[in-house]
Design a protein around this ligand. Sequence first.
Ligand SMILES: Cc1cc2nc3c(=O)[nH]c(=O)nc-3n(C[C@H](O)[C@H](O)[C@H](O)COP(=O)(O)OP(=O)(O)OC[C@H]3O[C@@H](n4cnc5c(N)ncnc54)[C@H](O)[C@@H]3O)c2cc1C
Length: 410
Amino acid sequence: MTEADARADLLIAGGGIGGLAAALALTRQGVPVHLLEQAQAFTEVGAGIQLGPNVVRVLQGWGLQPALQAVAAWPQQLQARSALTGEVLACLPLGAEIAQRYGAPYATVHRADLHSLLLSAVKSQGLASLQLQSVVQSFEQEPMGVRVSCVDARSAAQSLSAQALIGADGLWSRVRSLLLKDAPPRATGHLAYRVLVPQKILPHALRCQDVRVWMGERMHGVQYPVCGGEWLNLVVLTETQAPAHAQGWDLPRSPDEVALDLRSAMRGTCSPLQDLVRYMEGWRVWPLCERGIVQGAHQMAQGRVALLGDAAHPMLPYLAQGAGMAIEDAQVLASAWSERSWTVPQRLQHYAQQRWQRNARVQQRAQRNGHIFHETGLMRIGRDLALRTMGARLMDIPWLYGAQLSAGKP
Ligand SMILES: Cc1cc2nc3c(=O)[nH]c(=O)nc-3n(C[C@H](O)[C@H](O)[C@H](O)COP(=O)(O)OP(=O)(O)OC[C@H]3O[C@@H](n4cnc5c(N)ncnc54)[C@H](O)[C@@H]3O)c2cc1C
């Protein structure tokens, strides 16, 4: 069998934001894909997500601006505030100013809205088959294809083959563990307490249409509007002594325990932030895990199997770019796939070469932000001073927001 004889489609493991973005980018190039998702339904958790101009630009390129316009909020500024005093330390203009600089605005969106707009776009392309309740268990690379085994809800085994497998199966990726044989993710000891409420239930003084980052000591908070500005998303990130390993959302904590945790983490913070936290109900707790920084292209693709999104490069959420990098991965993967004269392994290798350094840089910057946001004592004072003095220059990230993605040549 020659390369051209092999089946033309790809298998994607995982239907989160990364898997759906890959399905969309590929089907837009006319490539049929088959997506396997373990859950009973395509869903996303109830929380917000920030999309930098680099990500909005990709979504716009996929024709999603009208769909995004209907659900996103478009904050006009990103404020860095002291969680201790409430002072605005620095401010990065977003809105038209950032759109002019980077070709697209900064958006904030409910995860479920982003997920469902990607899902409808994938469906309307008509080239993707989507299979729920299918857990990818293993794969075998063959000379002209890849064979994937999965099980369905009734534990029935299924074997599928395709030209390539894309592991977009998230932080605890099965595809990654088989491909790279590395250790599972490590718990960091950081916990994300997340909550979403309609803005109208908040007193006027607590409503907000900007992105605000409240930097304290060993904690920080981030708030921003979603759902066209009608809801407010708040996340409070804290450090604990005993790292928790739970997979996914919802570390079991009762509302009383959450209130106690937050009270203790927020000791010494200013009253506007404490008032906001007190008003919010329905907190969910996510223990944050990480893996090492990506070290090379071999960690993103080998042969006919590639990793994408959190499966490839999970990162702390302190740069708000994890899903953004998954979306960029999808765009570059699809561009590489359109090079029909290349073999499948060459396309995947090229994708990995194009992506690994940028993903590693974003992972590093997210880690560094974590330290900066949680500084204590003199370092905290220095941080606040630097923000007061340098302002927007410290907050703007041209290499991140302005990068042009291209598949280039092999
Ligand atoms: C607190 C917090 C805040 C964040 N804020 C932002 C932000 O503002 N901006 C941003 O860009 N990013 C943010 N992120 C990061 C972002 O959430 C992730 O990077 C992104 O969701 C990763 O998407 P993914 O599709 O790669 O993985 P996932 O969303 O984990 O999707 C993986 C999918 O694969 C499925 N799956 C898993 N195993 C299998 C299997 N064996 N077989 C079949 N299916 C399988 C799962 O059910 C799931 O649907 C944040 C993260 C956290 C924790």
